[in-house]
Each structure stands twice: as structure tokens, then as C-alpha cells.
Design a protein around this ligand. Structure first.
Ligand SMILES: [Zn+2]
Length: 445
């Protein structure tokens, strides 16, 4: 099998405390989809290499990992009626639009979201899909196909909404499903697609949408099934004060078998000191979504304290209707600045890069991804610093966030090049944008 030496990068960030950046200053050697050797500064690989990639103009990082998104929402980006709305009115205006989602529009939306992520250095993405109108029962199956086509990795969550307007919930009755249907489909998806072990490309998780759109039973039963099938659990939690009040009134409790290291929570903003401590002790992970939280003025997550308490912290771009971009490298910059605003300017740049890589991998339950170390999957990104925005910069790793890196130059996933010279081989972006834009117009027409 072919081995390739990513040779002597301009800068390197391993994301691994056990593997100082200097130990990979001479680059990494990849064989059979896995990192087999780190090369120190000025060194030569001990492994016989067939190919060399000259990385002297590139910064090398692990692939970035997105832990929270709603791919279908790329169809409702920057939509006038909700451009200036907070979460609850924003949702109420959008639910009826999303209820019109078709299989083809969903496929296009998924492709757009993943392509945008990939070009921003993302190699693994989680999606939270909870809209299953009539005719879209195979929403997750469609996503599996798109992920495979692009050669990325994904944790696709089977989302759900069971609590409609008639029962005091937020979503319209037309988009809620009964619990038996949801659980049966969840099990089918795990049996059809869920891969286990190192190098898994597709994983399935269960994701009741949020406490204000599902019943207590759905929360509890999803947790039981996740445990039985050994898959992960995800939901939105503590995103806004509105929600906080809704949950306390309705359930009188905030989790139903969910305080576990099987769970990663979207947003997780409004936790008190005791909750931070308990979440940390349980190892429950948080998908920090800084841009979305600023866009909807939801608040600032206590990411630094949660991480110090023991919670893995990952980053999420969140759905494209509340970001409205899907750039992982932008998100890492936003996370750095939002957390500095709360905790001070000495939050290190590399801590935010760590959330986007190692932290996100842990949030998704992956120990084979997120760092550059021997035995890890060869998911890596090469960034060029020859754009105007980087001119005059000194520390190449810090420059990625401080100067606002925008686009990956090369991306490797499992040893395969998925981005080459800033483009995705085999994907006609112009045609994709044209068809996706038409579908987006049709959805709100
Ligand atoms: Zn979300």
C-alpha cells in the first residue's frame, strides 16, 4: 500500500497534549488511511515513503469536526422574515416552511452544507435532522448517500418531534410523529448504517429535537434505546431563557436518563454552578455554537468552566438558518472570541483549535479522530498562508484564527484527498449552487 509523507509543514498543530507540536514539525507519514509516524524537525521518516507532499507553504492541523448542524436549513439562510428574530418566534415562523421539505431539496441542502464544511477544513460532521414530513421518511438514508459521495465522515442523528401545538408544544402538528414510528426507524437506521470501531465513516445517534418539541416519554425511551443499541444521544438543551422556563414548568426536571457520557448537548448555555459540576462529573459533552448563540442573542455558554469540570467541549456551526454559514474554521475563531469575552484575553488560541478538533471528536465519542498522533485516522487539513489576510503574520498556527483563515487548501480523510487546491474533485459547485438556490426559492414561495 502507498505511504505518503506530508513533508515539513510551515506550522503544525497536533491538538494532542501528549504529542507536542514540535514532535511533528517535520510532518507526518500516512499509510493505509492511518498516521503511522510523526517526523521531528529536520528529520527523515523511518517508514519507506512512496510519495511526498511538500507542505512548506502549509499549516498542518487535524481535520476539524462539527458537532451540531441542521443541513436542511441551508435552504432558509438569511430569510427576511426571521433575519431579526429570537429563537421561539424564529422557530414558529420557520416550522411551516420546513414542513414542505422534499427529498431532492434535502439532498441538495445536505450536499451544500457538507461541501461548505469540507472546504472550511471539516472532515467529520454531525447533523441533527428532526423534520420528517410526509414523503421524507428516508431523510437520513438520503444523507448517508451524500456523505459517502463526498468521502467525509458523519454522525447522522435520527431526530424527532412528538409534542405538537395541540399538546402544548411549539411545532405544528403536521411535523410531529408518534413515538413508536420514531423508535422503529431509529433502530432500522442503526442496523442499516451504524459502523463501529476505528475509522467508522457513518454513525447513527438519536436526537429528540428539544424539550419544547418532544414528550418526556420520547426523551426517556430514546435514552433506553440508545443504551440498548450502544449509540449516542443528542438534543438541544438550555439554549435560551424561554426554553429554560418552558422545561421547568413542563417537566420539573431537565434530563430523563440523559446525564451520561453517551450524551452531547447542543448549545448548553444556561446552566447554573451545580449543573456545570454535575454535567462535568458525568462527562456529558457540549456542542458549543458561538455564532448561532450570538445571532439569536441566546447567551454565552460556560464552555471553559464546563471543560474544566470534565465535559468534552466540541464546536458546532449550528443550522444554517441561525449562523448562516457552515464554516468550521470561522466557528473556531468565533468560539475563541466569545469565550475570551466571558473569561478574558488569555484564553489560548490553541484551546479553541482544540475544541474544533480533539474536543469535538470526544463529544462524538470518537477516540480515533481529532489529533495528529500515531495510530489515528489520517484526517488532516493543510492551510496556505499566502492570502492578503495573512501578510505580515508571524505565528502560523495562531494566524489561522487571528487572521481569519477561510478556506482549506488540501483536506485528507482516511488517507484520501477530498479537497485539492481548494476544490472538491468531481463536484460541480456552480451547478450545485444553481439547483440548491432554486430549491430554496421554491420552499419559501
Ligand atoms: Zn440546533
Amino acid at each position: 500500500m502507498t505511504s505518503i509523507w506530508i513533508r515539513r509543514p510551515l506550522g503544525v498543530f497536533t491538538a494532542d497534549t501528549a504529542t507536542p507540536d514540535a514532535s511533528a514539525a517535520g510532518g507526518v507519514v500516512v499509510q493505509d488511511g492511518v498516521i503511522v509516524e510523526l517526523v521531528p524537525a529536520g528529520g527523515q521518516p523511518r517508514t519507506a515513503v512512496d510519495e511526498t507532499f511538500d507542505a512548506s507553504q502549509h499549516v498542518l492541523t487535524p481535520g476539524l469536526i462539527n458537532t451540531h448542524h441542521h443541513f436542511y436549513q441551508t435552504l432558509t439562510r438569511a430569510w427576511g422574515p426571521v433575519a431579526d428574530a429570537p429563537l421561539f418566534p424564529w422557530l414558529q415562523r420557520l416550522y411551516p416552511v420546513w414542513a414542505r421539505l422534499t427529498p431532492r431539496a434535502h439532498e441538495l441542502a445536505t450536499t451544500v452544507a457538507l461541501a461548505e464544511l469540507l472546504l472550511s477544513g471539516c472532515t467529520t460532521a454531525a447533523d441533527h435532522h428532526y423534520v420528517f414530513p410526509k414523503g421524507l421518511a428516508e431523510a437520513i438514508d438520503i444523507q448517508v448517500e451524500v456523505v459517502r459521495r463526498l468521502g467525509m465522515r458523519a454522525t447522522l442523528t435520527r431526530g424527532s418531534m412528538t409534542l405538537g401545538e395541540d399538546d402544548g408544544g411549539l411545532p405544528p402538528q403536521s411535523v410531529v410523529q408518534d413515538l413508536d414510528t420514531i423508535l422503529a426507524d431509529s433502530q432500522r437506521l442503526v442496523e442499516s448504517y451504524h459502523e463501529r470501531g476505528p475509522g467508522a465513516q457513518i454513525q447513527i445517534a438519536f436526537a429528540p429535537c428539544s424539550p419544547f418539541s418532544v414528550t418526556t416519554d420520547a426523551m426517556r425511551e430514546s435514552a433506553v434505546l440508545a443504551e440498548t443499541l450502544d449509540v449516542r444521544l443528542h438534543t438541544h438543551l438550555a439554549e435560551t431563557f424561554d426554553e429554560e422556563e418552558f422545561c421547568r414548568n413542563r417537566f420539573g426536571m431537565r434530563s430523563v436518563g440523559w446525564l451520561t457520557d453517551r450524551t452531547w448537548l447542543g448549545h448548553g448555555i444556561h446552566f447554573d454552578d451545580d449543573e456545570v459540576r454535575r454535567l462535568g462529573a458525568a462527562g456529558t459533552a457540549i456542542a458549543h455554537c458561538p455564532t448561532s448563540n450570538m445571532r439569536l442573542a441566546s447567551g454565552i455558554a460556560r464552555a471553559v468552566e464546563l471543560e474544566d469540570a470534565g465535559s468534552p467541549i466540541g464546536l458546532g456551526v449550528d443550522g444554517s438558518a441561525s449562523n448562516d454559514a457552515s464554516s468550521m474554521i470561522h466557528e473556531a475563531r468565533q468560539a475563541l472570541y466569545l469565550q475570551r469575552l466571558k473569561y478574558g484575553a488569555d484564553i489560548p488560541v490553541v484551546r479553541a483549535l482544540g475544541w474544533a478538533t480533539r474536543g469535538s471528536a470526544r463529544a462524538l465519542g470518537r477516540d480515533d479522530l481529532g489529533v495528529l498522533a500515531v495510530g489515528q485516522q489520517a484526517d488532516l487539513v493543510l492551510w496556505r498562508l499566502d492570502e492578503l489576510r495573512f501578510s505580515g503574520s508571524h505565528d502560523p498556527v495562531a494566524a489561522l484564527l487571528l487572521c481569519g483563515a477561510d478556506r482549506a487548501d488540501h483536506v485528507m480523510i482516511g488517507g484520501q484527498w477530498r479537497v485539492v487546491d481548494g476544490a472538491i474533485p468531481g463536484l460541480d459547485l456552480g451547478a450545485l449552487i444553481a439547483e440548491h438556490s432554486a430549491a430554496a426559492r421554491a420552499l419559501v414561495a
